[in-house]
Structures are given as C-alpha cells and as structure tokens.
Design a protein around this ligand. Structure first.
Ligand code: HEM
Length: 362
C-alpha cells in the first residue's frame, strides 16, 4: 500500500507582526473591554437631528469643565458673592472668557435639549419601548431648568435676587413642600450657599446619573429606526465609534461658536441687589411663565410649569399608537404645534412688557 503524498502547496504567509499600538490596544481591551463601544449603529444616527442629544451632552461637558474652574474663584457667602464674580471677570486670567463660555454653553444646552425633545416628538421616538428613556429625558430637562435657575441666582445681582425672591414666594405657595426654599430650613447656612451646593453638586450629579441611564437605554433599545425607513430596508450600519467621532467634530464647531459668543457678547453683571423692588426681567427661557404671572399672579408660574411637565409626562401614556411618521399623526402634530405656538406667544408678550410688581413684599 502506497501512502498518498499531499499535493505540494505554498507555505502559509507568516502572520504580520502586530504593531505596538495594536498590541497596546489589545492589552487594554482585554482588561477594560473598550471595543464593546464599536457596536453597529444605523447611518441615520449620524444626521444632525439624531445628533442633537449628543450635542446636548457636549454642552454639559463644557459647563462642567468651565464650572470647575470658576468654582475656584466664586464665594457663595452673600456678602462676597457679587464681588467674587466681578473679581473673576476683572482680575483672573481668562476669567471673563470662561464665564462667558459657561453662560453660552448653558443657553446652548437648554436650546439643544428642546430641539432634541422636538426631534423625539416628531419621530415618535417616545413610543414603546422607549417610554422609560423618554421620562428620564423629561427628568434631565427639569434638572437643566433647575441648574439655569440656581445659576442665575449665584451672581447675586438684582436679576439673581429677584429670581430668588420669586422662588421664595413660590416655596410659600407650595406650603410644606416648599420647605427647602425656606431660609429657616437650615438656620446657620445662608440660602445662597444651599443654592450653590445644588448648582455645583446636587443637580450636576443627578443629571450625570440620569445621562448614564439614558445612554445605556439608547444602546439597549437601539436608536429608533427612521419613521419612513424601517430597519428592514437594508440601511447600512457603522461602528458607534464613527458616530462618536462625528459628535466630537460637531462638538468642536459648537465650542468655537460658543467661544465667539463668549468673547463678543460676554454676560453682564449688575450691582448688589436692592430689596423690595422688581425692575429686572428673568432670563428669556422663563418669560412665558412671567406672562402667566402677569395674568393671574404668582400662582401662574406654578400652574404653568406644572401643566407643561404634566403634559410632557403623560405624552407616552396617552399617545400609544404604533404610527411614528409625522404625516400619519395629524392629531399629535396639531396639538404639539398648538402648545409650541402658545409658549412662543407667551414669551413674546413678556418680551414687550415692562417688569411689574408681583411679590408680596413689594
Ligand atoms: C437634557 C439632556 C439630554 C441629553 C444630554 C440627552 C442625550 C441623548 C442622546 C446622546 C441620545 C442618543 C442620540 C440622539 O437621539 O440624539 C438620546 C436619545 C433619546 N433621548 Fe435624550 N437627552 C437629553 C434630554 C432628553 C429629553 C428632554 C427627552 C425627552 C423628553 C429625551 C428623550 C430621548 C429619547 C426617547 C431618546 C431615544 C431616541 C431614539 O431612539 O430615537 N432626551 N438622548
């Protein structure tokens, strides 16, 4: 019996020696599993509409970075607060720019969160199974408004003081529920110091905690398919790292725009507050509430905010149909447009009104 000789074949190519970087990345990945973020996402996730959440997160990062630096120079003692902001702007290297960047990043975060919310509304992305993540978004939006409010008070000028006075009165309207806004709650710590703690620690920590849950749930449910192009239609997929790179590039554009705004239109600061007068207007995002206050008094602020958030919370429980394309959801579109138009009209009305006296002490 003769043994069959195997046919002569080319010797196999020796494997290419892994580059140093590759070996380093392999070693890191083996320990930290970083390549898990290369999971595939559909290419529509890279469009501007689906990048608004990422840009909101970039604004938050800018706020945290600039806030940490400013906290080294801000003094929350009511006797020194206003002067410490003036000193930051006048005497600290890059202080004026950092404060401007913080201010404009806050405006950007607010506007981008609203645009993100509108995208979610238009594409019906709040529907099953994303209701829970939508509610987490509503929570982050409420916290963003809280951060805006506490930030406005910190500079401790007339605008900040009047914002706080309104809140003290609303705290009284809330009865026992408003205990945190009462100066007696903690007799040895001024309310301004507690608002500062909320602004630099409680609110950012809550937003960051919710943001981690938000991102994990986006990964778990996958980004919602385009309403006009369901997943079955063979849309190409790309690694999530490509999406991150795109958000990074858009984020740099955002940072540049905000830097220009910070330099050209730096936020002002008024002199230390005078008690018992109402002469300033609140920041523009609260104007709609102040028209309601002009109409029905202080409770208008409470009712306006309560109704808006009740509507936002109820939305995914009321609108449960499977349809997600805006053309096939005429009722949702008409009602949504009516709410947005109402808010814009209320905002414009406050813009053309001179501040009025509402507070009990005034
Ligand atoms: C305030 C800070 C917020 C941040 C930083 C944030 C961030 C993000 C990011 C990065 C995504 C994935 C990409 C995208 O859709 O843009 C996302 C998706 C989502 N967000 Fe937000 N978001 C915020 C607020 C909100 C709000 C206010 C809502 C709604 C009330 C919301 C509801 C959702 C939902 C439902 C998704 C899933 C969208 C889909 O699968 O199409 N988020 N968010």
């Amino acid at each position: 019996m003769t043994r069959m000789e195997p046919a002569p074949t080319e010797p196999p190519e020796p494997p290419e020696p892994a580059s140093r970087t590759r070996r380093f990345m392999d070693a890191v990945d083996e320990r930290l599993g970083i390549r898990a973020i290369q999971y595939p996402v559909p290419s529509h996730a890279n469009t501007v509409g689906y990048s608004l959440g990422g840009l909101t997160a970039v604004s938050l990062l800018i706020l945290i970075a600039t806030g940490i630096v400013m906290a080294q120079f801000y003094n929350p003692d009511p006797a020194f607060a206003n002067e410490s902001v003036r000193h930051l702007v006048r005497a600290v290297y890059l202080g004026k720019y950092l404060r401007g960047l913080h201010y404009w990043a806050a405006e950007a975060m607010y506007v981008l969160a609203i645009l993100h919310l509108l995208r979610i509304y238009l594409t019906g992305s709040y529907k099953r199974p994303r209701e829970g993540n939508y509610l987490i978004g509503v929570g982050m939006f409420a916290l963003t408004i809280g951060a805006m409010f506490t930030g406005t008070v910190l500079k401790w000028d007339q605008e900040g003081y009047e914002a706080l006075s309104h809140n003290l009165e609303i705290g009284k309207l809330l009865g026992g529920l408003g205990f945190w806004f009462n100066s007696d709650f903690s007799g040895h710590v001024p309310l301004l110091v507690r608002l500062y703690v909320a602004h630099v620690s409680m609110i950012p920590m809550l937003i960051l905690g919710l943001l981690v849950l938000h991102a994990l749930l986006v990964k778990r449910h996958k980004i919602s398919p385009r309403p006009d192009n369901p997943a079955e239609s063979g849309e190409p997929f790309e690694p999530f790292t490509h999406h991150l790179r795109r958000i990074g590039a858009l984020g740099l554009v955002l940072l540049s725009v905000l830097s220009v705004l910070a330099i050209v239109f730096p936020p002002g600061i008024g002199s230390t507050p005078v008690e018992g007068i109402e002469v300033t207007k609140p920041p523009w995002m609260y104007w709609w509430l102040f028209t309601l206050e002009n109409w029905i008094g202080l409770p208008g602020i409470l009712w306006g905010a309560g109704v808006l958030f009740a509507l936002l919370i109820l939305l995914p429980f009321v609108d449960r149909g499977p349809e997600r394309h805006w053309r096939r959801r005429p009722v949702a579109m008409i009602l949504g447009a009516a709410v947005v138009a109402f808010l814009i009209v209320l905002t414009i009305l406050e813009a053309v009104t001179t501040p009025a006296q509402h507070l009990m002490g005034g």
